[in-house]
Write a protein that binds this ligand. Structure first.
Ligand code: ATP
Length: 444
C-alpha cells in the first residue's frame, strides 16, 4: 500500500537530484502533497503560476519518479491555494527568437541574484514569475510587471532575471534603466539629434528592465517613445520587465494604450515580508557579511522593523557599526540602545526641510519652485501641505522657520496645513499609505 508521505519524500529526493537548487526551492519545496487516492496524487500549489509551471514542466518527471519508486502509474492533480487574488495572468504566447551576439550593456548589481533572494509569502509569486521569465524570456509573461511599496525587492528580482539570463547566455543583450534614465536618454537624444542611436540602443535588446515607471506620469513625449520601444520589443518576442510602486491603471496620466499593453502579461504584487521572512532575510545578510549575531537578537530587530527590507538591512548595518564603535558583541541590549541613539542622531542632523521638500516634490511630480510657491491648484496645494506637515513631524524646526523655508509663509499657514493633513489622515487610507511611503523615503 502506497503511503503519501513516503511517496512524496521519494519524489522530492528525485527532483533534488534532477533540478537546480533555486528551481527546487521555488517549485518543489513550495508544493504540498494533500492526498493519495486510487493513484491520484493531489498536490497543493501556492499560485496559478506555480500550477502552470508544474503542468508544463514537472508533470512528466513526477510521473517518472513515482513510477521508478512505486512501479505504479501515479496521476497528479493540482489544486491552487487561495491566495492569488492580486495577480492577473494572461497567457499571450510569443515564440522565443534566437538572440544575436551583442556587447553587454547591463548595469546589474551582481549581488541581486535568485540565490540571495529570500522567498516568503509576500513575494513568492513574484519570485516564481521572475524565475520563469529568466528561463524562457519573451515566452510566457510579457511584460512582467512587479508592483508594491518601497524597498520590498522589486529591483532585486529584476536584476536577478538579468543576471540569470547573462549567466545562461553571456552574449544576451540586457538593458536595465530607471524610468528617469530612460527619460533623460530620450531628452539627450532629441537635443543631440541622435534619436536613431537611441532607438537602436533600446530596440535591439533581448531583455529590457525599466524600474519605477510611475515616474513616466505626466511625461507625454517619453511615454510616446516608450510605447514604440515596447511594441518593437514585444513584436520581436523580447522580454520586458517593469516595476512600479502601484498598478499601471493607478499611475496618474499614464496613457491608456500603455496601461492596456502592460496588462498583456502578468502583473504581480510584492507585499511586506512577515516576521519569519524578515528574520530569514536578516540571517542571510548577517551570514553574507560575517556578522555574529544571536538568533533572539535577529528576531528582536525583525520585530521592530516591519515596513521594508531596505530599512531592515540598514538597521543591521547600523547595529554592526555601533558594536564595532563601542567594541562590544551584538546583543539584544546593544541593539536596543544602538537603534535608539542612531535614530535620534539622524533626526536632528540629517532630516532637513529641504530634504523633505525634495522628496515630496519628487513623489508628487511637482517642481520645488511650485512646492514652495503660491499657486493654489489642488495638485500643488496638497503636496505643499504634506511637505509642511512632514517638516513639523520629522524635524525640530519652529513654525516660523518652516513657513520661511516655504517661500516666506506665515506660521498660521503652516498650522493650517498641519491640521488639514492630520485631520485627513484619520480617515483617508490612501493618504496614510502615501505618508508612510514618504517617511520611509525621507528617513532612508
Ligand atoms: N526577499 C528578499 N531577500 C533578500 N533581500 C531582499 C529581499 N527583498 C528585498 N531585499 C533587499 O532589500 C533591498 C531593497 O530592495 P529593492 O531595491 O529591490 O527594493 P524595491 O522594491 O525595488 O524598492 P524601490 O521601490 O525603492 O525601488 C535590497 O538590498 C534587496 O537586496
Amino acid at each position: 500500500m502506497l503511503d503519501l508521505d513516503t511517496l512524496w519524500g521519494e519524489i522530492k529526493d528525485g527532483f533534488q537530484q534532477k533540478i537546480a537548487p533555486t528551481a527546487f526551492k521555488t517549485w518543489i519545496a513550495s508544493a504540498e502533497p494533500v492526498k493519495l487516492t486510487n493513484n491520484r496524487l493531489t498536490i497543493k500549489l501556492p499560485s496559478e503560476l506555480h500550477r502552470d509551471y508544474w503542468q508544463r514542466n514537472l508533470t512528466q518527471p513526477l510521473v517518472e519518479l513515482a513510477y521508478e519508486y512505486a512501479q505504479e502509474d501515479i496521476q497528479p492533480v493540482f489544486i491552487v491555494a487561495d491566495n492569488t487574488e492580486n495577480s492577473q495572468v494572461s497567457t499571450l504566447e510569443h515564440p522565443a527568437t534566437a538572440s544575436a551576439p551583442f556587447s553587454q550593456s547591463a548595469k546589474l548589481n551582481p549581488k541581486y541574484t535568485f540565490d540571495t533572494f529570500v522567498i516568503g509569502k509576500g513575494n513568492q509569486m513574484a519570485h516564481a514569475a521572475a524565475l520563469v521569465v529568466s528561463e524562457e524570456p519573451g515566452v510566457m509573461y510579457n511584460p512582467l510587471f512587479f508592483y508594491g511599496g518601497v524597498g520590498l525587492g522589486k529591483t532585486h528580482l529584476m536584476h536577478a532575471i538579468g543576471n540569470k539570463m547573462l549567466a545562461d547566455d553571456p552574449n544576451a543583450k540586457v538593458k536595465y534603466v530607471t524610468s528617469e534614465a530612460f527619460t533623460n536618454d530620450f531628452i539627450t537624444a532629441i537635443q543631440s539629434k541622435t534619436q536613431d542611436q537611441f532607438r537602436e540602443e533600446y530596440r535591439s535588446v533581448d531583455l529590457l528592465l525599466v524600474d519605477d515607471i510611475q515616474f513616466f506620469a505626466d511625461k507625454e513625449g517619453t511615454q510616446e517613445e516608450f510605447f514604440h520601444t515596447f511594441n518593437d520589443l514585444h513584436d520581436d518576442g523580447k522580454q520586458i520587465v517593469l516595476t512600479s510602486d502601484r498598478l499601471p491603471n493607478e499611475i496618474p496620466k499614464l496613457q491608456d494604450r500603455l496601461v492596456s499593453r502592460f496588462a498583456w502579461g502578468l502583473s504581480v504584487d510584492i507585499t511586506p515580508p512577515d516576521l519569519e521572512t524578515r528574520i530569514a532575510i536578516l540571517r542571510n545578510k548577517a551570514e553574507a557579511d560575517n556578522i555574529a549575531i544571536p538568533d533572539e537578537t535577529l528576531s528582536y530587530i525583525a520585530s521592530r522593523i516591519d515596513s521594508n527590507v531596505r530599512e531592515l538591512e540598514g538597521a543591521l548595518a547600523r547595529v554592526h557599526a555601533y558594536s564595532k564603535l563601542v567594541h562590544q558583541p551584538i546583543t539584544t541590549e546593544l541593539v536596543a540602545s544602538s537603534l535608539k541613539s542612531l535614530k535620534l542622531d539622524r533626526r536632528s542632523s540629517e532630516l532637513t526641510i529641504p530634504l523633505i521638500q525634495e522628496k515630496v516634490a519628487k513623489y508628487y511630480h511637482v517642481s520645488l519652485t511650485d512646492l514652495k510657491g503660491k499657486k493654489r491648484i489642488k495638485t500643488i496645494v496638497v503636496p505643499r501641505q504634506i511637505a509642511m506637515y512632514l517638516s513639523r513631524e520629522l524635524t525640530d524646526s519652529s513654525l516660523p522657520k518652516i513657513g520661511n523655508e516655504f517661500g516666506g509663509k506665515d506660521h498660521t499657514t503652516v498650522i493650517h496645513a498641519y491640521d488639514k493633513i492630520a485631520d485627513a489622515l484619520k480617515t483617508d487610507s490612501d493618504l496614510q499609505a502615501e505618508i508612510t511611503n514618504l517617511k520611509t523615503e525621507i528617513e532612508r
